[in-house]
Design a protein around this ligand. Structure first.
Ligand code: UD1
Ligand code: MG
Length: 419
């Protein structure tokens, strides 16, 4: 189906409304940059030609996506609007006679089934242009779909061009277009600079095509949770919530028990095994892997680079980062575990801290199987605690003062005692 389609993502805009130094499309949603969701979508549709239009921040963005294969990148030197952005693909697409799928990088919520429907409609009906639209309660800020008396789409008007009657139109343009490349390019040069923003609006192509009697139609989306475009921090927060709900729904269906989805934060790339329970007010960041039948939280903070094996219990106010915790181990009350490798069946007492940072670098703590770390132990890394070893409550263990297997240590600084 997608043989003669080239996908073009417009990502060169400045995102001024965000008032941020970070390019808008690199702002993360559940810890994944917004642009990556749109690129994932195009890749999931198995479209052969994939083109990305970038602007002045292109180096930063290219660095972010360098692992992706098969993308052609063009640079729009001056951000003169969405029509101008499409024009920058002119050279790349010389001789290309198929269809274009144009998407905006600030719409990260579309599902692939939705876009597939759009492409299928365009191809089945052999149209010049198919737009993706939605009927929403709050259309303000979006381009509105203007229809003639027969209900055909005759124009898309941006907010600044609407009269009072048109402002009440609730059908909006979602910035996804599937069109015959040649039809669109035949009118691109006729688009004039818009008065107010001094930009060339891609949406003006719709009116121009209508005047040429081109065949235009729309596919209306049903799930309006896909419709949100991100132009401000308020939109970003809403999109974040929607993606968070999708992540949590997936995990619930995979057999992870999340007690309170509203107070649980789980990043996009997190993996959690079935039978695990996540208690309220828990934050699980990206690059975290949690095994089966674990119990995490409430109020736990699991940070990047952490692997938790099966049947591990991490309770109230535990912070873990860049660590591995092997099966059956538990840390039930307020502790900090950083750069640690913790064996099986280890008990971490309340208030245990791995002092991993010496002011210059992070150091490693290794705790072997079945060790018992008493409450309020400070483990100054680098440090190794042997198998079955015990640290008494309140011990402070200086760095390199490794504790041998089966040894008991006590005090400040900790010293071995007889069994
Ligand atoms: C656009 C549409 C509007 C639609 C809305 C959906 C136009 C003129 N308007 O408005 O009808 O309802 O999206 O969210 O298209 N970009 C470039 N180069 C530029 C300008 C923009 O690549 O010179 C890119 C941006 O990075 C962005 C996308 O195009 O990803 C859309 O630009 P944006 O300024 O956000 O358009 P909206 O005002 O949201
Ligand atoms: Mg936008």
């Amino acid at each position: 189906m997608h043989k003669d389609i080239a996908a073009v993502i417009l990502a060169a805009g400045k995102g001024k409304r965000m008032k941020s130094d970070v390019p808008k499309i690199l702002h993360p949603l559940c810890e994944r940059p917004m642009l990556e969701y749109v690129m994932d979508l195009v890749e999931a549709l198995a479209i052969k030609r994939k083109i990305l239009v970038l602007g002045e921040n292109h180096l930063l963005i290219e660095k972010q996506i360098k692992k992706r294969k098969g993308w052609e990148i063009v640079i729009q030197k001056r951000q003169l609007g969405t029509a101008d952005a499409v024009k920058t693909t002119d050279n790349l697409l010389k001789g290309f006679k198929g269809e274009l799928l144009i998407l905006y990088a600030d719409h990260p919520l579309f599902r692939k089934e939705t876009i597939r429907k759009l492409i299928e409609h365009q191809q089945r009906e052999n149209l010049d242009l198919t737009l993706l639209t939605a009927v929403v309660k709050r259309p303000k800020g979006y381009g509105r779909i203007i229809r003639d008396k027969w209900g055909n789409i005759s124009e898309v008007l941006e907010e600044d061009k609407l009269n009072e009657y048109q402002k009440r139109i609730k059908e909006i343009n979602l910035g996804v277009y599937c069109c015959k490349k040649e039809s669109l390019f035949s009118v691109l040069n006729q688009i004039k600079r818009n008065n107010r923003q001094k930009e060339f609006y891609l949406t003006d192509a719709v009116g121009l095509l209508y005047k040429k009697n081109a065949l235009i139609d729309a596919v209306k989306i049903i799930n309006t949770d896909e419709a949100l475009g991100v132009n401000s921090y308020a939109d970003l927060a809403r999109a974040n919530r929607i993606i968070q709900e999708r992540i949590i729904e997936r995990l619930l269906s995979e057999g992870v028990k999340i007690i309170d989805p509203f107070t649980t934060f789980i990043a996009y790339t997190t993996q959690i095994g079935k039978g695990s329970v996540i208690y309220p007010f828990t934050i699980i960041e990206k690059d975290v892997k949690i095994g089966k039948n674990c119990s995490i939280g409430p109020f736990a903070h699991i940070r990047p680079g952490t692997v938790i094996e099966d049947k591990v219990v991490l309770g109230n106010f535990i912070e873990v980062v860049r660590s591995r915790i092997k099966s059956n181990s538990r840390a039930k009350h307020f502790s900090y575990l950083g750069d640690a490798i913790i064996g099986r069946d280890v008990n971490i007492g309340a208030g245990t801290v791995t002092a991993n940072f010496d002011g210059k670098k992070k150091n490693r703590t290794v705790i072997k199987d079945k060790a018992f770390i008493g409450s309020d132990t400070i483990l100054i890394a680098p440090l190794r605690i042997g198998k079955n070893a015990v640290t008494a409550a309140g011990s402070v263990i200086p760095h390199h003062h490794n504790v041998a297997d089966n040894q008991i240590v006590l005090g400040v600084p900790a010293r071995p005692i007889k069994k």
